[in-house]
Design a protein around this ligand. Structure first.
Ligand SMILES: *Cc1c(COP(=O)(O)O)cnc(C)c1O
Length: 230
């Protein structure tokens, strides 16, 4: 199972199986390929195999790849920590930003998004297991951030993104994902038109899909192991 197509098919099969087990249509779950620390040529190869949404977490690295791949139709997602002095290129060059966790970033992305590009799709990152080093807003901050996002013209609130605490235990994985989904349900109940629950990675996508994920972000199991150094 070392060829790119085999790895991709395996991931797609896992998503289909998890959806079937959860009684959900496979069409409800989008696959975001996390291409960080992988070269443009590999992104190009997977794009040929039908993937068109890619996630990056380092701005400079992402901008370089976007230039190298400017001939392709790719939907770019920013999924990394956001420094406020880097919001302008993020607002201009990405289709989605999934790692928004504070008001200042929301307002800057809104102000710096070129209106001609259409509204920037935004997910609020939630720190579901109280691990501040991973980023994310506390669960009790999410509703007020959503209200701010909703008031801005150049961002469109799509939902939540979470990176729960690492665990090999399926019940623990599901417990974290379930708590994320509960906040997502609160947003819906409050009238926000959110449609994206971005949770689940290579190691835990089955648990995430069981708990309602609509977007899994998979790096390692598509691209193979990354270099540990940037
Ligand atoms: C790296 C990364 C992923 C992908 O992780 P894998 O374990 O390689 O699948 C998903 N989401 C975020 C935010 C990441 O930084």
């Amino acid at each position: 199972m070392n060829k790119p197509l085999d790895r991709l098919k395996l991931v797609q099969q896992r998503i289909e199986n998890a959806c079937a087990a959860a009684g959900r249509p496979a069409s409800e779950v989008t696959l975001l390929a996390v291409s960080k620390r992988n070269p443009s040529e590999k992104i190009r190869a997977f794009n040929k195999l039908g993937l068109n949404a890619f996630g990056e977490n380092q701005l400079q690295e992402a901008l370089k790849k976007q230039q190298e791949l400017s001939d392709l139709q790719i939907q770019w997602h920013f999924i990394g920590a956001i420094q406020s002095n880097k919001t302008r290129p993020i607002a201009a060059e990405f289709d989605w930003v999934q790692s928004v966790d504070r008001e200042r970033i929301l307002r800057r992305l809104d102000a710096q998004r070129p209106p001609s590009a259409g509204a920037l799709n935004v997910c609020l990152q939630i720190d579901i297991d109280n691990e501040p080093q991973k980023g994310g807003a506390a669960p009790e901050e999410i509703l007020s951030l959503a209200a701010i996002a909703n008031s801005l013209d150049n961002v469109k609130l799509r939902g939540l993104m979470a990176i729960p605490k690492h665990s090999y235990d399926k019940d623990e994985q599901r417990d974290s994902f379930r708590r994320v989904r509960q906040v997502f349900e609160q947003l819906k109940a409050a009238g926000y038109g959110v449609d994206t629950l971005s949770m689940g990675m290579s190691a835990d996508l089955e648990s995430a899909i069981h708990e309602g994920s609509t977007m899994v972000r998979v790096g390692t199991d598509i691209f193979g192991a990354r270099n540990s150094k940037k």
